[in-house]
Design a protein around this ligand. Structure first.
Ligand SMILES: *[C@@H]1O[C@H](CO)[C@@H](O)[C@H](O)[C@H]1NC(C)=O
Ligand SMILES: *[C@@H]1O[C@H](CO)[C@@H](O)[C@H](O)[C@H]1NC(C)=O
Ligand SMILES: *[C@@H]1O[C@H](CO)[C@@H](O)[C@H](O)[C@H]1NC(C)=O
Length: 562
């Protein structure tokens, strides 16, 4: 009897161990991470105090009237005071108009860490970063925006100056802090000739560790797509809320699908899924996608730069299959779509779209895109040739001005682009549209602007363009868009906002040719109306819209940090 009960007891203990061991190990590992986090916090406490003290003293210096004021620094002071006025009112306004918080949290004075190792790159991702910093500063004037960067060669003053000239974004210097990483090389793709995805992701952990040993923020945001750093932060500092602004999923379901593609238009991995090598690659990608999903579920607030990105992140990070297509509530299962700010306002103010300006528009189809294979210029050339043929059949068109196709793009010197554009010219010749097609390489902005104001139709033929800033620019300039029926143009840009179409979408050569005809043949009043609708639609992508949506999400993080 005693033997039996002993056996039952042992059995019970063994079962309990088998069931509970993984959990035990899990919580033990969790504890170790927390311990490390605690140590890091302790070791960096004095730096944190120093950073805060310096920001406050810079603030004081900026405010105190200086004895030997030159007119220049006077002007500067004035500007800083203006800045304060603006930030005060806007801060209070945002606070009271937001559903979440009251006006008092404009007083929040924590540190927001932005993980952006390449903050001097000057691309679209950096515009997002600096615009986000500006919005954050205005909303919480006392908060400190700490940017983790590897750009050692630029100091803060130079960086802020560059931000001002490059993006026309003026930041309030005292509350911006640059923290310099020494380990950035671990996230550079070329460091990992094999297994780049995994290598870069694990490498980002080293860089994140570097970042935390510089300073532990109160809110941690990644704006470059290193999601692994956010999960790492959660393990080390469970109390620090994390946010991700995702430009592009590290791995996408399209990538997996493209392994099976035969047509060759789906990017560099098109059709690479054959053979043993292909099978290994597929398995590796699938496993990586699962790891990426696990990591992503640790992030508190998720923002995506487009519906395309959002759809992929939802698939990879969310555990529900719910396919809601709303704006998203900012969780991994339903990321908030926060479109990046674009230079819509400049186009709006320089280009007129009225019945009068319609007379200066010519029957020109404009395609602005780099001369690269994925932009699919051949499709545009073929469709244009077909459109001209069809059009020539109708004698009524004989005395109308002949349509023109203008291709504007940059060509990277000494790259395959140069052969590519040569082949495109050859194709235009073969299609007998050489006299009707213009290639413009590396046009200046004023030249582009002039084409945007006189052309009639804007074209984009890329399959699955993730967004298409140039399509937004077409719309802001009042062009009627004819774009590929996929990706960002389909989901976000060339959409009907309830008052009618803002352009045409096509997939095949026939459809593109038909859309060119339809766009150019619109009656004049409808043409102008469509241009104006397109322009209104582009207003969704302004800097103000970006700030509003960004703050709505970051407010949650700030609230959670208290
Ligand atoms: C905002 O401005 C008002 C009056 O202009 C002032 O009383 C208040 O202290 C300011 N608030 C902050 C946070 O600076
Ligand atoms: C989102 O980011 C990706 C990668 O940088 C870019 O290709 C895409 O155009 C961006 N989307 C928007 C809306 O800017
Ligand atoms: C192409 O351009 C040439 C020269 O401008 C013009 O004569 C010709 O009619 C155009 N072709 C078509 C099909 O419109």
């Amino acid at each position: 009897m005693a033997f039996l009960s002993n056996a039952v007891l042992i059995l019970f203990i063994v079962t309990a161990t088998v069931v509970l061991l993984p959990q035990l190990v899990g919580s033990l590992v969790g504890l170790v991470f927390r311990g490390v986090g605690w140590l890091i916090r302790r070791r960096t406490r004095s730096r944190r105090e120093y950073v805060i003290a310096r920001a406050r003293s810079e603030e004081e210096e900026g405010r105190a009237p200086r004895a030997k004021d030159s007119t220049h620094s006077l002007a500067r002071n004035q500007e800083d005071e203006d800045w304060e006025k603006v930030d005060n009112t806007s801060g209070v306004k945002t606070a009271s108009s937001s559903e979440s918080g009251g006006g008092e949290d404009a007083e929040w004075d924590g540190i927001i860490g932005f993980f952006h190792p390449f903050c001097n790159a000057g691309g679209g991702g950096e515009r997002v970063l600096w615009e986000a910093v500006r919005a954050t500063q205005k909303r919480w004037p006392k908060a400190i925006c700490a940017i983790y960067t590897g750009d050692h060669e630029v100091n803060k003053a130079t960086m802020l100056e560059r931000v001002e000239t490059r993006f026309n974004i003026h930041l309030h210097a005292p509350t911006v802090v640059l923290l310099y990483l020494t380990t950035r090389k671990y996230v550079v793709a070329s460091s990992y000739p094999y297994m780049t995805l995994l290598g870069q992701s694990l490498g980002s952990l080293v860089v994140a560790y570097d970042a935390f040993t510089l300073l532990v923020p109160d809110v941690f945001v990644d704006t470059m797509g290193y999601a692994f750093t956010l999960a790492f932060s959660k393990w080390l500092f469970p109390a620090v809320p994390t946010g991700a602004y995702v430009h592009y999923p590290t791995i996408s379901t399209d990538m997996l699908a493209s392994l099976d593609d035969q047509s060759g238009v789906q990017g560099i991995n098109s059709g690479a899924g054959k053979g043993l090598k292909g099978a290994v690659k597929r398995r590796y990608w699938q496993l990586f996608a699962r790891l990426y999903g696990w990591v992503g579920r640790h992030v508190d607030v998720v923002m995506c730069n487009s519906s395309w990105t959002s759809a992929h992140i939802r698939k990879l990070w969310g555990n529900s299959k719910s396919a809601d297509n709303g704006e998203g509530d900012g969780t991994a299962a339903s990321p908030a779509v926060v479109f990046p700010p674009t230079a819509v306002s400049e186009l709006e103010s320089t280009i007129e779209v009225t019945a009068e300006s319609e007379r200066t528009r010519r029957p020109v189809l404009l395609y602005i895109a780099q001369f690269r294979p994925e932009k699919n210029h051949p499709l545009v050339l073929r469709s244009f040739a077909r459109f001209l043929q069809e059009r020539a059949k109708d004698p009524a068109n004989a005395d109308k001005p002949p349509p023109q196709l203008v291709l504007i793009g940059s060509v990277r010197h000494a790259s395959p682009d140069e052969t590519h554009i040569y082949n495109l010219r050859l194709l235009a010749h073969e299609l007998r549209i050489r006299d009707n097609t213009t290639f413009l390489c590396d046009a200046s902005w004023p030249a582009v602007l002039s084409h945007l104001s006189t052309a009639s139709v804007g074209v984009n033929a890329m399959w699955n363009e993730h967004f298409g800033i140039c399509v937004v620019e077409y719309q802001a300039a009042g062009l009627i868009c004819v774009t590929h029926d996929s990706g960002g143009p389909r989901e976000d840009i060339v959409v009907d906002l309830g008052d009618g179409a803002t352009g045409f979408r096509a997939e095949t050569e026939e459809q593109f040719a038909g859309a060119f005809e339809a766009a150019l043949a619109l009656p004049e009043t409808e043409k102008v109306a469509m241009r104006q609708r397109a322009r209104r639609s582009a207003l969704r992508f302004t800097e103000e819209e970006f700030s509003r949506k960004w703050l709505r999400q970051v407010e949650k993080l700030v609230k959670a940090s208290k």
